[in-house]
Design a protein around this ligand. Sequence first.
Ligand code: SF4
Length: 70
Amino acid sequence: MKGCVYLKTNVIEDLCIGCALCPSLSPDLYKMNENDKAVALKKDDLSANEAIEANEAADSCPSGAIEVTG
Ligand code: SF4
């Protein structure tokens, strides 16, 4: 994955529909808050494995609410 590692992830709360998929895929990176919206637990300095997980969560999110950026 050299050259393909992204370093940051975030959830755009307004876009999250509360499906709870991302915490089930990546419980170390995302959790649901008291409003049934996902939040990122670790936003910066993702490891290579965490970046892969974040990309998978972003690809799986039905509403496009998960950002993964360099
Ligand atoms: S997968 Fe997307 S819509 Fe579902 S809880 Fe996570 S951010 Fe929200």
